[in-house]
Design a protein around this ligand. Structure first.
Ligand SMILES: Nc1ncnc2c1ncn2[C@@H]1O[C@H](COP(=O)(O)OP(=O)(O)O)[C@@H](O)[C@H]1O
Ligand SMILES: CC(=O)N[C@@H](CCC(=O)OP(=O)(O)O)C(=O)O
Length: 333
């Protein structure tokens, strides 16, 4: 992380820029008491390394105070879920957030895993504007992967890493309710749903007992019918229902780009009007469409910040929270 991006806090909690060189604890280093002058290691670290680590903790204190008790909805895309190492680092960030009193809520997709499951039955994926056309056989595969395997393994991984988590699906406790999505009158996507109600009491109850809720992108209709929901849309519904402070989409790109194959063309700050234009002109296409549409819908409905960031960048989630500029694309009204 660039030192200039680090933000620290004065004792009263007001944000001030901190440069590592100006940290007040450095002065103490010159005044080491005689009794410990010969100490050159603490555990596995040199004294300087240990002091630097302690400084980092102090610097984080203001941010932690600011975000304590605030909800961040984190959407995990299928691309990220496919890499165990990347996933582990993301989940460690989530556990850290939870440990310091922030309230992270995970909503996950699993598009790539669903594609693999379908391929085993010889079914080719079929997407319209970033949403999967879902017939009965496809729905069965989606259920198996999203509400079953991935939801369980994510929860178990958080617990293995030392956190506490609860998987919330219609196989355990369902929190997403909805109906069939009718997006365009002339197109039928099958069992694709939209979320119309979120059981926020269950989700908040878990957050208050220091557990991370893990929610797959499926909803249940009044008649018990299950629907496949695009995970970006599901995350948006959860963030809105909870009045989340932040909604963060973790994907396999560094943000919205002018050329989707060129990371250098990332747009750090995107207005709603420009985002709509980029969708219309096809610059934003495929899986980026539901993400940006979800951002647009979320803004102005209580959620304060919406970001699309690269989950492959180690600790991108913490960098997003602990820096002013952030690391991906922020969409604003
Ligand atoms: N303008 C764009 N900028 C960045 N990515 C884009 C853009 N347009 C389309 N994409 C595609 O969107 C993909 C991300 O969506 P998706 O594959 O659904 O990810 P996830 O599984 O994380 O939801 C990127 O990998 C990229 O190929
Ligand atoms: C209706 C619809 O498109 N559902 C998605 C749900 C999973 C998802 O969104 O996964 P990602 O986050 O990995 O894209 C699908 O079937 O792929």
């Amino acid at each position: 992380m660039a030192a200039s991006k680090l933000i620290g806090f004065s004792v009263c909690g007001k944000a001030t820029k901190i440069s590592p060189n100006s940290n007040p604890t450095d002065k103490k280093r010159a005044e080491v008491p005689d009794s410990i002058k010969n100490v050159d290691h603490i555990g596995d670290f040199t004294l300087d390394e240990a002091i630097s680590k302690a400084n980092t903790l102090i610097e984080a204190m203001g941010w932690i105070r600011q975000f304590r008790g605030k909800t961040t909805v984190i959407k995990l895309g299928g691309s990220i879920l496919d890499d165990p190492q990347e996933l582990m680092h993301i989940l460690l960030d989530v556990i850290f957030m939870e440990s310091v009193g922030m309230k992270p809520v995970l909503v996950h997709g699993g598009g790539k895993a669903i594609n693999r499951e379908l391929a085993e039955s010889g079914i080719a994926p079929n997407f319209v504007r970033g949403r999967r056309v879902t017939d009965a056989a496809t729905l069965a595969a989606v259920e198996k992967v999203l509400a079953g395997e991935l939801n369980v393994s994510l929860t178990q991984e958080i617990e293995r890493l030392g956190g506490r988590a609860m998987n919330l699906s219609f196989k355990t406790t369902n929190v997403l309710f909805g109906k069939k999505l009718v997006d365009q009158p002339d197109e039928d996507l099958g069992f694709v749903g939209e979320v119309t109600r979120v059981d926020r009491n269950v989700i908040e109850g878990l957050s208050y007992t220091d557990q991370v809720p893990v929610i797959p992108s499926m909803c249940e209709g009044d008649d018990g019918q299950h629907y496949n929901v695009n995970a970006d849309t599901a995350a948006m519904a959860v963030a809105q229902a909870l009045g989340a402070d932040k909604l963060v989409f973790l994907s396999d790109v560094n943000g919205v780009r002018r050329d989707k194959d060129d990371p250098e063309t990332i747009i750090h700050s995107l207005s709603s009007a420009e985002a709509r234009e980029l969708i219309q002109t096809g610059v934003i296409n495929s899986g980026m469409i539901p993400k940006v549409e979800a951002c647009l819908e979320t803004l102005g409905r209580g959620v304060k910040k919406v970001h699309i960031i690269d989950g492959r960048l180690r600790h991108s989630l913490l960098l997003e929270i602990f820096t002013t500029k952030g690391v991906g694309t922020e969409i604003h009204p």
